[in-house]
Design a protein around this ligand. Structure first.
Ligand SMILES: [Zn+2]
Length: 55
């Protein structure tokens, strides 16, 4: 699972495909809600405010 900013979305998708050998689902972070999961406030790659959840 990656939480990424706009700039790093492509990188996250590439890494996901490499690791799991299938394309990820991409969600807008502000549109998703999981119980017991608090979304990180930093991009997995650069530390900026994240926009997308890649799972
Ligand atoms: Zn980023």
């Amino acid at each position: 699972m990656y939480v990424v900013c706009n700039d790093d979305l492509d990188i996250a998708i590439d890494e996901f495909v490499e690791e799991y050998l299938q394309p990820p689902d991409v969600y807008m972070l502000d549109k998703v809600y999981f119980t017991n999961w608090e979304s990180p406030d930093r991009c997995s790659f650069c530390g900026k405010k994240p926009i997308y959840l890649v799972v």
